[in-house]
Design a protein around this ligand. Structure first.
Ligand SMILES: [Zn+2]
Length: 341
């Protein structure tokens, strides 16, 4: 446990005393945290991460953040000097494509953009992130282990990111919001500060409506949890948003407002998990195709890894899980047979 405490101290030091004036350090830390739970660690607990994979994460974050916050010239600065280069790259792409999925399907453009962003990451935050007060503290990855354009996230960092994901995410996002608020240029754009976190990290309303109509149709207007007919219903994050605040298609189910409310921030019990695994993560590809056609972000494999991570964490913390019509009870080990068969 003390290694986790040391990890948090190191992280706080990076955020408080690091040499960065741009939000790249926030984007980099959040990317590493996300990837640590979205991928499977190697045998020795470490994780190889190509810089282009980190670049894709940057593009996802900055895609929504490079939209104007208010008024046509209201793009927020993410750097104390001029605008951060990656924001300009992403804003240029935004002007050409309706959404990120459309851009990703234009393979040449997408690869060009990820390469340009990866180049900035290599020259800017990657080797500066872990420098504090002039000396380097390589607790996340080591310069000496950089090879084939990839870093190796150290086993201790992978473990801490996985065990402390929610804490780290709240920590980094809070610092990110403060950084943007502290940039003088943004003061004229930011009126209602309360709306800023939602703008930076929240879900886009229009996407949620499209996810919802796809899931409703896929489930034939029945509630995922009680299986009764649901004319109107809500979109529920199967792995709760409070644990993993990222919208990924396969993680959504359609459910009664009441069932959704009742589940709250619990993980679902193994019966629901088995159904979700079969219907949403199955190989048929029907759901995947529907998301792709609608230009919605999805990644079946990533969703599976996130679920494995969430149930591993649940098991380790002896979490209670929710099942429709029952009182919450201890998570049973069967989840492993379902997700890691
Ligand atoms: Zn229901």
């Amino acid at each position: 446990m003390s290694s986790h405490l040391q990890f948090l101290r190191n992280l706080q030091q990076l955020l408080d005393e690091g040499v960065f004036v741009a939000t790249y350090k926030h984007a980099l830390l959040q990317s590493l945290a996300d990837l640590a739970i979205e991928r499977e660690p190697d045998e020795d607990g470490s994780m190889r991460l190509p810089v282009v994979t980190i670049a894709e994460k940057f593009i996802h974050y900055y895609w929504r953040q490079s939209a104007p916050y208010r008024g046509p010239d209201g793009v927020l600065r993410q750097n104390a000097g001029g605008q951060a280069a990656i924001i300009n790259y992403v804003a240029d792409a935004r002007a050409e494509y309706n959404n990120l999925v459309e851009l990703q399907h234009d393979a040449g453009e997408w690869q060009g953009l990820t390469r340009r962003v990866a180049q900035v990451i290599r020259t800017m935050p990657l080797w500066k992130l872990q420098i504090v007060a002039g000396s380097s503290n390589e607790f996340l990855y080591r310069r000496s282990e950089y090879e084939n354009a990839s870093i190796r996230l150290l086993p201790g960092a992978v473990r801490s990111f996985r065990d402390l994901y929610v804490i780290v995410t709240n920590f980094v996002r809070g610092a990110w919001v403060s950084q943007i608020q502290s940039i003088g240029f943004n003061r004229n754009i930011l009126g209602d500060a309360a709306a800023l976190p939602e703008f930076l990290f929240g879900a886009e309303r229009s996407s949620l409506d499209r996810y919802k109509s796809i899931l409703r149709e896929y489930q034939r207007s029945r509630c995922f949890y009680c299986d009764k007919s649901a004319r109107s219903g809500e979109l529920d994050h199967f792995i709760p948003w409070s644990r993993y605040p990222v919208d990924l298609g396969h993680n959504f189910v359609f459910a009664h407002a009441g069932c959704n409310r009742d589940k709250r921030d619990f993980l679902a019990d193994v019966d629901h998990l088995a159904k979700w695994n079969e219907e949403n993560l199955g190989e048929s590809g029907e759901l995947t195709d529907a998301f792709v056609d609608a230009g919605l972000v999805q990644d079946r494999v990533r969703s599976k890894h996130v679920a494995i991570w969430a149930y591993e964490q649940g098991e380790a913390s002896e979490a209670h899980v929710w099942m429709h019509g029952h009182d919450p009870r201890r998570l049973r080990a069967e989840w492993r047979d379902i997700l890691i068969a």
